[in-house]
Design a protein around this ligand. Structure first.
Ligand code: KIV
Length: 304
């Protein structure tokens, strides 16, 4: 058996947190550097969400996101992660045609992209059968109830789900059925905290909340939202822990002013010829940048 680092998060260790705590810390990530930061900071669960489409790719909804886009970004994330459990999100229409196609698509997250599990939105009877089929194919599945953003065109708008009794009991029943079908955890998105509490108390699998209040077994936020890296509207449930949009805008402004004002690059950010070399070729530039170290040498592909 291959060695696992002692505290590597696995599906069973994540499930055990329901009883033992501590609460599960989850964030989304879509690329190597951000996944590395989250993993090194001790995030337990990294979701390569199809929010990729809106946060990174500039789509208006998550609907256009493709399997190939999800696999490409999940690969970048898993290359960076040593400890966290990585879950890949099944995009719209990757699980809508047949059980066979669903399993084939889900297996790509494990076989090609190195994820440990997949997430699928919804808890209709058909979805439950797909969860069963994936679990039977040894693909750990995370469910997702409440607001399911892939349903945006039938919903008409993103809104809090479960405000009324009927919708609330559908959410509770959906989560219970997902557990019965073999899901190892369930995301609860945009619902009254009271409903999320009832769900959390009535299932034996961990609940991961986003806009679902404090009673859940864990919490997830979208990377770009919690770091203030997105320009647009933020839902009420987001707490911003940084202002990356402002920080990056200010940095770009300073860089542009320095370039335009001739302050960048300066001597400390320029290469120099070896002493005496200039005289040897009559002071003409060699066209290679000088300094004896040109191009991509040293320091991981960068001239020092
Ligand atoms: O796509 C995503 O990032 C998600 C989370 C918001 C749960 O589904």
């Amino acid at each position: 058996m291959p060695d696992q680092p002692m505290d590597r998060m696995t599906v069973p260790s994540l499930m055990a947190r329901k009883a033992s705590g501590p609460r599960i810390v989850c964030l989304t990530a879509y690329d190597f550097p951000s996944a590395k930061i989250l993993d090194e900071a001790g995030v337990d669960l990294i979701l390569v969400g199809d929010s990729l489409g809106m946060a990174v790719l500039g789509y208006e909804t998550t609907v256009p996101v493709t399997m190939d886009e999800m696999i490409h970004h999940t690969k970048a994330v898993t290359r960076a992660v040593k400890r966290a459990l990585v879950v890949g999100d099944m995009p719209y229409f990757s699980f809508h045609l047949s059980a066979d196609e669903t399993i084939r698509n889900a297996s790509r997250f494990l076989k090609e992209a190195g994820a440990a599990a997949v997430k699928i939105e919804g808890a209709s009877k058909r979805r439950l059968r797909l969860v069963e089929a994936m679990a039977e194919a040894e693909i750990p599945v995370m469910g997702h109830v409440g607001l399911t953003p892939q349903s945006i065109h039938s919903l008409g708008q993103y809104r809090v789900k479960g405000m009324g009794a009927e919708e609330a009991s559908n959410i509770v029943e959906g989560a219970r059925n997902l557990e019965k079908a073999g899901a190892f955890a369930v995301v609860l998105e945009s619902m009254p905290r009271e409903v999320a509490k009832i769900v959390t108390e009535s299932v034996g699998i961990p609940t991961i909340g986003i806009g679902a209040g404090p009673a859940c077994d864990g919490q997830v936020l979208v990377f770009h939202d919690f770091l203030g890296y997105s320009a647009g509207y933020l839902p009420k449930f987001v707490r911003k822990y940084a202002d990356l949009y402002g920080t990056i805008s200010r940095a770009v402004g300073e860089y542009a002013a320095d370039v335009r004002g001739g302050r960048f690059p300066d001597d400390s950010t320029s290469y120099h010829l070896k002493p005496g070399t200039e005289a040897a070729f009559g002071g003409r530039a060699s066209g290679t940048g000088g300094g004896g170290q040109t191009g991509r040498k040293g320091g991981k592909g960068r001239a020092k």
